[in-house]
Design a protein. Structure first.
Length: 254
């Protein structure tokens, strides 16, 4: 793992969570103990994240808000018609929803941290991260494939005809649960904000590395943060295409 790869991985690290125990951070964290410059960058990153969190925690709600909420809740409870079957059914549904949400939040990292939805979210977060940067910036597709092969990432990925005709801007090698992820970046031709060089991201990884990954070659669409995504499987590899925009925009590149 290079220093830039470690920075990209650790840009998603949050010091107040159990990220230090997550497998996807292990290699990058080990590198911070060997590379003094990377160690200083990581310390600054953790300090900045903690400062931002402390700032949010320091925000106080308006005086009396808690008491007002409790009072209004009690009033609604007293006014509820508990004998009404519809009221009882609605209450049961609400309680069941709370239980489901609670179980979802309390699941262990091994149950919720390795599935495809988590992988997809992590890749989108990487693309949107302010500290994101490509390992290699080039418009040459052969140079991109050569770099990926040199760094033990998938280089024989398949591109649709529209993507082949789209200007490449570079690539990167990411890490997911100990598996290398190929990232190829493109520029669709749309105007970009200052400092940005790409608006179309293709991620390729072995399908077996993420449980519940799509099995079909038919793209599945999902909105993740500010990105529209399309996911599909081809020749044992799972593909994830992401870009700001809507489903119709992505379809032009499939």
């Amino acid at each position: 793992m290079t220093r830039d790869e470690a920075k990209r991985t650790l840009s998603l690290f949050r010091p107040w969570t159990n990220d230090a125990e997550a497998p996807e951070f292990a290699e990058a964290l080990a590198l911070t103990r060997q590379d003094a410059e990377l160690g200083r960058w990581f310390a600054q990153h953790c300090a900045a994240q903690s400062a931002i969190r402390s700032g949010f925690q320091a925000i106080s709600p308006p005086a009396g808000l808690k008491e007002q909420i409790i009072s209004e809740h009690k009033a609604r409870v007293r006014a509820a018609k508990w004998g009404n079957p519809r009221t009882i059914a609605a209450t049961i549904c609400a309680l069941m929803a709370l239980v489901v949400i609670g179980v979802w939040f309390l699941r262990s990292p091994g149950e919720s941290g390795t599935d495809f939805a988590t992988y997809r979210s992590r890749m989108v977060r990487t693309a949107l991260s302010p500290s994101y940067s490509m390992d290699l910036e080039t418009n040459s597709t052969p140079a991109i494939r050569a770099y990926l092969a040199q760094h033990q990432a998938s280089s024989n990925y398949a591109l649709s005809q529209p993507l082949t005709a789209t200007t490449a801007t570079g690539c990167g090698v990411l890490n997911w649960q100990g598996h290398r992820v190929t990232m190829v970046c493109f520029h669709s031709g749309r105007p970009l904000p200052p400092g940005e060089k790409t608006d179309l991201f293709l991620f390729v990884m072995n399908r077996d590395a993420a449980p519940n990954a799509p099995r079909s070659s038919r793209p599945q669409f999902a909105q993740v943060n500010r990105m529209q995504t399309a996911s599909w499987t081809q020749d044992g590899m799972v593909y994830l295409l992401a870009a700001p925009g809507d489903e119709e925009f992505l379809k032009k590149y499939l």
